[in-house]
Design a protein around this ligand. Structure first.
Ligand code: ADP
Length: 435
């Protein structure tokens, strides 16, 4: 408060007002009347500024108070100063709140703040996206009425938030959420939810992968073990024809196991390969010529008509991975096409890009298998013992290696007519033409 303003200051002001009045009253000979009129005028003056103050406080929007003389200026200015201070404090608080909200929008999780009774206080944009909440529209409404999943409601009711829970998003069922609730301040709770769809899928894939590998290895091992048990009895007593068949089967099964392990190693190598595809130039025509010899050998029994049309371009990439792509697609075509079919292998420019393709006139792939055909261990003939069946890893390796080279694998297939597997190599990986 201003130092000038004190009881003494008030009394002095009052006396300064009364003294001239008293003198005037004494001079005109009506002392009391003059004094009464003067005091009445003072009362009207005070009422007037009292009215102006109330009018300013209730009806005016202006922050600045109306000007007032004398002691009223202290009251007006005091109120103005208090208002200014609380306005500054409000602004600072709004700034802090805005920063908190901006920070919580920046986190990649949904954040929801609610009261002990479940009433929604605030949620960020991801909270609105994952749970279909509206803010500020839903403020005060209980979470159990807004998120009506039975598991979530019983989780809230139990009130034990030590463990997280997993729920599908109530508005987007393809999103799996991990939800945690943390109490904070006196009666408030913070709910954090993050999208774990991919993690869960990976977890599922890992489990399936282990189960598949175990099954794949179990079949040949069971065959080999069966024969070994027969040998245990008395191998010498075994008819030679049977012995021959046993050795042939065991050898076949162990080749199958070795192929599987080779393919698994190949997959794991591509998995862990870093993006160094520009390090080496692969002479694709050379690789394909060597594969042509292998294919001709493999083709002895099937007697397909093999046609190789190879352009001269090389490309940047991993030689082993590219060989895997070419050889898996060629081998599949030879393997799955009925004898005396026609298989055409091409390496040719398509615009700025290069394309490797293998076309056959084999059985084709039914449309329902197409979406999953490149998954690990997926095959059309589900019988693991079938003579036709491989491990179901070939196309998975092809897809993985194509992805590693930023290429695109396309499969065109018509049941009964044949299939064409094409791999597009991006222009950036293509090296100038060789003679
Ligand atoms: P596999 O080791 O069983 O050959 P792949 O991943 O290479 O595994 O192939 C998956 C499935 O796709 C195979 O089981 C086969 O049924 C089908 N397939 C692959 N290539 C061809 C093709 N050229 N013609 C017909 N079917 C094919």
């Amino acid at each position: 408060m201003d130092k000038k303003y004190s009881v003494f200051f008030i009394l002095r002001g009052f006396l300064w007002y009364l003294a001239p009045l008293a003198l005037l009253g004494w001079l005109v000979g009506s002392f009391w009347q003059t004094l009464t009129i003067g005091l009445f005028a003072l009362l009207v003056w005070h009422y007037y500024f009292h009215y102006k103050l109330v009018d300013w406080l209730w009806n005016r929007r202006a922050l600045l108070p109306p000007s007032a003389p004398g002691s009223w200026s202290y009251i007006y200015d005091g109120i103005y100063r208090t208002q200014r201070r609380s306005q500054q404090r409000r602004r600072a608080l709004a700034r802090i709140l805005r920063r908190f909200r901006e920070a919580s929008e920046a986190i990649p999780d949904a954040a929801i703040v609610f009261r002990r009774d479940g009433g929604l206080i605030w949620c960020n944009r991801l909270g609105q996206f994952y749970f279909g909440l509206k803010w500020p529209g839903d403020t005060g409404i209980r979470l159990s009425s807004l998120i009506r999943h039975p598991a979530f409601i019983s989780y809230l009711q139990k009130g034990d938030f030590t463990d997280e829970i997993y729920l599908p998003s109530p508005v987007r069922e393809d999103i799996e959420l991990e939800i945690r609730i943390m109490p904070y301040s006196d009666d408030q709770f913070l709910l954090m939810a993050r999208d774990v769809t991919q993690l869960r899928q990976l977890e599922q894939m890992r489990k399936e992968f282990v189960a598949n590998v175990s099954h794949e290895l179990k079949t040949p091992l069971t065959v080999i073990q069966g024969y070994l048990e027969m040998f245990d009895d008395d191998p010498a007593a075994m008819p030679p024809a049977m012995l021959q068949k046993a050795v042939k089967d065991m050898s076949g099964q162990s080749t199958r196991m070795r192929n599987l392990v080779d393919q698994l190693l190949s997959l794991s190598r591509i998995d862990s390969a870093r993006g160094d595809i520009f390090e080496r130039v692969v002479n694709v025509p050379d690789v394909l010529k060597r594969l042509q010899h292998d294919a001709e050998r493999l083709n002895k029994n099937k007697q397909h008509q093999l046609v190789f049309e190879i352009a001269g371009q090389s490309m940047y990439g991993h030689e082993d991975e590219l060989r895997s792509i070419f050889s898996n697609l060629i081998t599949n075509a030879i393997h799955y096409t009925q004898p005396a079919g026609k298989i055409t292998v091409r390496w040719r420019p398509v615009g700025d890009q290069m394309e490797f393709s293998v076309s056959d006139n084999g059985p084709g792939i039914p449309a329902e298998h197409m979406p999953r055909i490149t998954e690990r261990f997926y095959r059309i003939d589900k019988d693991r013992n079938s003579s036709k069946g491989g491990s179901g890893l070939g196309l998975a390796i092809v897809k993985q290696a194509v992805d590693h080279h930023h290429g695109k694998l396309t499969i065109d297939s018509v049941v009964g007519r044949g299939s064409t597997f094409s791999v597009r190599i991006p222009q950036e990986l293509v090296v100038t033409e060789q003679s």
